[in-house]
Design a binder for this molecule. Sequence first.
Ligand code: UDP
Ligand code: MG
Length: 139
Amino acid sequence: MAGNRTFTMIKPDAVENGYIGPILEKITSAGFKIVAMKYTQLSKRDAGEFYAIHKERPFFNELVTFMTRGPIVSAILEKENAVEDFRALIGATNPQEAAEGTIRKLYAKDIGENAVHGSDSDENAAIEGAFHFSGREIY
Ligand code: UDP
Ligand code: MG
């Protein structure tokens, strides 16, 4: 059975461009409940660890530089079928390939600076949520 939680980040490009409000509006309008949220900035070490799966990829260093250049919003979201539905809401990694109306289509610049993160599996949603939120937060 599909899980009911996913993890997201509003990335530095979207924060810089003033899109926190519009993106949160899209997320809540689509039926996601915010169960934990914070405004924060990743260290290089945190970003490298978060994206460790990509460390052999050619874009890894650029990705870490991008993800640490300014503040982000990170959040745990709840909805039935959360992971799949949220990936549909954000659209393809490359905004040029993202469907009309998706968050990346509306707010992202390119395949690197693509406005939002969304977990790709229930397992990663749990790992990523735990990476960003300690057990002391209430959620
Ligand atoms: N990325 C990049 N260049 C690429 C592919 C990905 O800079 O060619 C960045 C982009 O910010 C992306 C992140 O690395 O969101 C993680 O890549 P992934 O393939 O997991 O895409 P996502 O799951 O975010 O859609
Ligand atoms: Mg991914």
